[in-house]
Design a protein around this ligand. Structure first.
Ligand code: CP
Ligand code: NVA
Length: 303
């Protein structure tokens, strides 16, 4: 049966650790500039309705370095933009491609696509989730800390797609996660309702509450793709959630700062933090490549 990756919980804990092992393998192999044949004769489409730097480039390079071929398909250049149904599009592309990586707005539409496609579908970001980001970020934390046990992760800012996937990833791997968001920008209600390890999740409106003992401090933009109309309002509401030296003055010396990027310097984070000694944002971005290779190989070996 084909394996889709539409949300973090499409994988089991055991599978995530298998993917981490494969990630280490591919990260090491890249030092030798080796192109492998894991995806030889496989062609992937990248159907994107929103802009992307990291996700598009890292998936295209990952596929190339695994011996496969990719096609970048901005959705506005396809017949989707003229009203062709998701069902028909999914059925047609399944006759051409071996896998499809989709970045879009609605999670429901992505799920509909996956329902009608005969090929694996990977979520490259929707308004609700960003699961590849969080899979790769959990690997980065694992790599930096040596283990995911006894860690405290704090997310401060907008309860958005990245935050929702982070909550689900932490729940799956039993990691303590604390969220500070303004009341009107809390994480998705259904995501919160379905959390199994409720004792490991704490939520507050006060950005200072979970700084002191955090091993990881994570933030993301206050204005996600699609939220631009609310920009002015959001900038006001989120002001006190900015990650800066003042907010982090009680943080542990060795906390790690993470951001999925792109960062809006001077908004959700200041230069002193993102360019400071605790920031691992560029290692995080690099690991997208290694970890997505592992994800692709895992999904295709198990499809
Ligand atoms: N973090 C992330 O998904 O970046 P892009 O939007 O550049 O792909
Ligand atoms: N939350 C951001 C993530 C960008 C990678 C957005 O959806 O725009």
């Amino acid at each position: 049966m084909k394996r889709d990756f539409l949300k973090i919980k499409d994988l089991t804990e055991e599978e995530i650790y298998k993917i981490f092992d494969l990630t280490k393998y591919f990260k090491n192999l890249r030092k030798y500039k080796k192109i492998t044949e894991h995806l030889k004769n496989f062609t992937f489409g990248l159907l994107f309705s929103k802009p992307s730097t990291r996700t598009r480039i890292s998936f295209e390079i990952a596929i190339y370095e695994l011996g496969g071929h990719s096609l970048y398909l901005p959705s506005e250049t396809t017949q989707i933009s003229r009203g062709e149904s998701i069902k028909d599009t999914a059925k047609v592309i399944s006759r051409y491609l071996d896998g499809i990586i989709i970045r879009t707005y609605s999670q429901e539409e992505l799920e509909e696509f996956a329902k009608y496609a005969d090929i694996p579908v990977i979520n490259a970001l929707t308004d609700l989730y960003h699961p590849v980001q969080i899979l790769c970020d959990l690997f980065t934390i694992y790599e930096k800390k040596g283990s995911l046990e006894n860690l405290k992760i704090t997310y401060i800012g907008d309860g958005n797609n990245v935050c929702n996937s982070l909550i689900e990833g932490c729940d799956l791997l039993q990691i303590e996660i604390r969220i500070s968001c303004p009341s009107e920008y809390m994480p998705d209600e259904k995501v919160l309702k379905n959390i199994k390890n409720k004792n490991l999740l704490k939520i507050s409106e006060n950005p200072e509450d979970f700084v002191e003992d955090a091993d990881i401090i994570y933030t993301d933009t206050w204005v996600s793709m699609g939220d631009e109309k609310e920009r002015e309002r959001r900038l006001k509401v989120f002001q006190k959630y900015q990650i800066n030296n003042k907010l982090l003055k009680k943080a542990k010396k060795d906390f790690l700062f993470m951001h999925c990027l792109p960062a809006h310097r001077g908004e959700e984070v200041t230069d002193e933090i993102i360019d400071g000694p605790n920031s691992i944002v560029f290692d995080q971005a690099e690991n997208r490549l290694h970890c997505q290779k592992a994800l692709l190989v895992f999904l295709f070996q198990n499809s």
